[in-house]
Design a protein. Sequence first.
Length: 416
Amino acid sequence: MYRSIKNYDPDIYKFIRLEKERQNRFLELIASENFASPRVLAAMATPLNNKYAEGYPYKRYYGGCEYVDEIESICIDRVKKLFGAEHANVQPHSGTSANMAVYFAFLKPGDKLMGMDLTSGGHLSHGHPVSSSGRDFDVIRYGVSRENELLDYDEIFSIAEREKPKIIICGASAYPRFIDFKKFREIADSVGAILMADVAHTAGLIAAGIHPSPVPYCDVVTFTTHKTMRGPRGGIILCKEQYAKKIDKAVFPGVQGGPFMHVIAAKAIAFKEALDPSFTEYQKQVVKNCKELANELQKEGFRLVSGGTDIHLAQIDVKVKGLTGKLAEEILEEAGITVNKNTIPFDTEKPFIASGIRIGTPAVTTRGMKEKEMRKIAQFMIEVLANPDSEEIRYAIRKEVEDMCSAFPIYSDLLS
Ligand code: DSN
């Protein structure tokens, strides 16, 4: 299959192969990335790609849907079982598409939407002004407490009481702690708001039962399938049965056209993998690895936002070491370690510079790395960050990173 690309289009093949090698040779610490299994990747390179299937299983606007109907039904059943959900829509192309569909279902332009602000760890699609969610709705923001960088539920309650939003969003892209969904339910009930959780980051931990589940408490839950879920790129919406029709209509024809059936098949395979007991073991190791890595950095004087982590990611304040997030990201990259710069709560730097980096362990854990390797990775990072002017150190560390990665190969049989 790959040979056909190589023979026909060597220009593109070259970069696909280089990207595969980059993923293999680098330590991937971007918290939102992971390595989907070869069978998940394989499902996306099938003739399912060719099929239009607007509508839902057994109610389509196109003929020839008898097999894709079965695939979508299996996918829905698996994700409902995994999360104990009443209803699932597996068609969203991404997390942002899923969120936009929820807004389309429940809000009219100008209605009030309440979400976590970006510097506290929220997501652009939770009402940031540069997103249509920020342009089309009246956005009310909440953040973390200045004192301890944790969600202050009393404060969130007062804001909700004052503003009476129609939707309250809980969930984040860069908040390293558990979220108390029960408290959010109480807040939403007190003002009659719809409660939506966006658990794009923690879905895998939730499926494995090692993060509290939003499903019993929230009217709607959205997530992506490619982060801790370790599946194809895509989104999912779970909801209470009473909202099923509203949500389905909002996804199609509300904000999307034809579903990507090749991706839905890949999602179904990823859910089968997640229903296996080994997935729970994997997620436990992800969290152990993250704590180990974050603690080692903390011991060396880096400040952990909120003082620690409960999940697969940690936010590291690098300003305490005289660095910016941007510089830290760049020098780590040269040393073979991929992270992303990230604003930290009450950051005075712009997002493109940032005072922090976000690290995460889903991808390195998929490679089979454990606490011992995390201690080594922390040492690599500490040395690089302590010597921002030393190219020599970066090259030396890069060699060590490559040696370490070659002991934990990924995708060795692909594109060979
Ligand atoms: N871009 C994702 C992340 O890195 O968290 C969120 O969409």
